[in-house]
Design a protein around this ligand. Sequence first.
Ligand code: FES
Ligand SMILES: [Fe+2]
Length: 404
Amino acid sequence: MTIHTIPDTAADRIGDVVRRQPAAHSLQQALYNSPEAFRHDMERVFLRHWILAGHQSSAPNPGDWFVHEMAEESVIIVRGKDLRLRAFVNVCRHRGSRICRSASGHASVLVCPYHAWSYDLDGSLRAARLMPADFDRSRYGLKPVHLEVIEGLVFISLAAKPLSLDKARSAIAGAYGTYGWASAKVAHRETYAVGANWKLAVENYLECYHCTPAHPEYSKLHALERPLEIADLNAAMEARTLELGVNVPTMDHRVASSTGEASVFTFRYALYEGVKTGAPDGHPVAPLMGAFHDYDGGVTSTHFAPSSFFIAYPDHGVLYRFVPLAPKSSALEIVWLVKGDAREGRDYDLDKLTWLWRVTTEADKRITEDAQKGVDSRFYEPGPYSPAEPNVIAWMAWYLEEIA
Ligand code: FES
Ligand SMILES: [Fe+2]
């Protein structure tokens, strides 16, 4: 696939901004709000990296499809008659119309709504009305997109030569295999419109410095924001995990794409004593998953560059995706996973299952949008990160290297 690059002059201007960027400080205004920087982010980050598109249970049967949208790109993920998941650019080979127009659906053939060219589930052009007799349909199949499934998570890459997923595969399969995510199902999916640059949304996710002022619900359950208590709580959690005979490997493989590899960081941390899961009062909300036959009071968390995050409790999982739409507009999608055979109403209550990350995300949306308003001011200047924001500092250094 040919990827169009921005003119050198614009790249040079971004290069100048990156060179002026003070270390361990929030970004300069132009990187948070200019169309030029946004375009650069798309090309240097989102068209180069693997992106989490969803969970395979969103398309269980042949003909089931869902769409991944970001800025001007749209990708169809569809289950073929051979049960294989494939991904295609959602652009008709006739005159470019979007083919799939909603978030998900089912079809035995993908039909373009414009002039009704139709495509088989393997992307090949099946029929094109009123085209000449010598028209060679084999040259006009949908453009394929790289797709990998790891423990049920569907990743896509729009890069001509995708980054290696070897390390990421072993980190993700190791950790989430234990939670049985390959056989999990999507219990709920929610998309929030965030009126802010995607990096402000990611930065906010990466730190818990704001948890006490912004997230009373989260802070009652998770000990992540208390550096003094967390070491003891983590040790007690690890002892409980060991006692359960459960192994959740972790990996810190945060690397630049210049290494040719995808960046992944999987770590664990404790909930407060007596808290079993991320739910009202810390009480269980769904059947235990995978190898867990009891609660260990822990959370397994992954940062998958550039903007996807996974959280596992023993009874449910949460996928977080920040999607760039425009310089000051992003989508935040949350997917809740439960055990594959769990039934809503019988085994879990959707309100209780989704409560924590709904209230947390509503607060995050507000504080992120406030941050964008402040950053847009002519009086804004980059401010110093706190030592309590180490993951933001690391991620920003990674990001700046990606766009430099
Ligand atoms: S643009 Fe799709 S059939 Fe014409
Ligand atoms: Fe938050």
